[in-house]
Design a protein around this ligand. Structure first.
Ligand code: PXG
Length: 293
């Protein structure tokens, strides 16, 4: 069975799911997106993802032609049409079809796209062993230039950092901001554990306000583990007891090496493992429910 893609209210077979080459999402990266997951027919934190999508759109003056309720209904409709229990959901709103020029006023109708697919899980081995990662030269976008809070279709900043990691033989990069402080990874937020406390950079250091990050902060409150939003330097990463990354796709993954330094004892730490198991529990019980026939 082929799979179906939602475009502007209609479902198309994958082969026929096409948009204009004059769409400003393609020509200029002018649009916003979300990456969402569903677990056993529960869309995890759907409301939070939709809220963030509309905030990104508001910031770039992009009209979303659906109410939030209609958007949620469309996500559920697409998941049901594809009979997916566990899914990765990519929600995209582009400026729509315009002409060869930046002027967004030429784009008369924004374009809403939803792609739902089977989730590709990272090998369990990575969660057990942890990642070795590096800091890279490309700095995270300045909040006063292109605010990382806007989850826009322009991800070249992150892709350049990813290329630098890959060229050096690593899978993931830690991005610093222009002041040299830790911002985030290319598609994940970063946390450290030091002396039983949790630290993560504040948003003003140049990171996206991750929904997984928010959930980790919530879990830490529940477990009565002190958590702080604090400016972090490379040095603090190197001397951390534990480091982990958070994001929708990866959930929570330990980092056991940074720039050649071994973090802690080189194995995923106790608190990291606790957060992984608490997070997995949360994905089983939180979200918007749907049924598939
Ligand atoms: N930072 C950046 C720059 C991101 O793009 C996160 C942090 C984590 O946020 P959430 O809300 O997911 O905890 C993201 C999210 C992909 C993909 O296809 C990327 C993200 C999410 C899902 C899939 O690479 N980025």
């Amino acid at each position: 069975m082929g799979f179906k893609v939602y475009i502007n209210g209609k479902l198309f077979e994958k082969e026929n799911a096409k948009i204009s080459v004059f769409d400003h999402g393609l020509l200029y990266g002018d649009g916003v997106f979300e990456g969402i997951r569903s677990y056993n027919c529960l869309v995890f934190k759907l409301k939070e993802h939709i809220d963030r999508l509309y905030e990104s759109a508001q910031s770039i003056m992009l009209n979303v032609p659906l109410s939030k309720q209609e958007m949620i209904a469309a996500v559920v409709k697409t998941l049901k049409a594809n009979k997916l229990k566990d899914a990765y959901i990519r929600l995209i709103v582009t400026r729509g079809e315009g002409d060869l020029g930046l002027d967004p006023r030429k784009c008369k109708r924004s374009c809403v796209i939803m792609i739902t697919d089977k989730i590709v899980l990272y090998p369990e081995k990575l969660y057990k062993q942890g990642l070795k990662i590096i800091t890279v030269p490309t700095v995270r976008n300045l909040p006063e230039a292109l605010n990382p809070q806007i989850k826009s279709l322009n991800y070249l900043n992150n892709i350049l950092a990813k290329i630098e990691a890959i060229n050096a033989g690593y899978e993931e990069a830690i991005m610093m901001n222009s002041l040299g402080y830790v911002a985030e990874c290319t598609g994940d937020n970063i946390f450290i554990v030091k002396k039983g406390r949790l630290y993560t950079p504040p948003q003003c250091m140049g990171s996206l306000r991750g929904i997984t990050r928010d959930e980790v902060l919530k879990i830490s409150a529940k477990l009565k583990i002190a958590a702080h939003e604090q400016i972090l330097t490379r040095h603090e990463l190197f001397i951390a007891d534990e480091v982990f990354l958070t994001g929708t796709a990866v959930e929570i993954i330990p980092a056991v090496g940074i720039d050649g330094r071994t973090i802690g004892n080189g194995k995923p730490g106790k608190l990291t493992l606790k957060f992984i198991s608490e997070f997995r529990k949360s994905t089983k019980s939180n979200g918007v429910k749907y049924t598939i026939s």
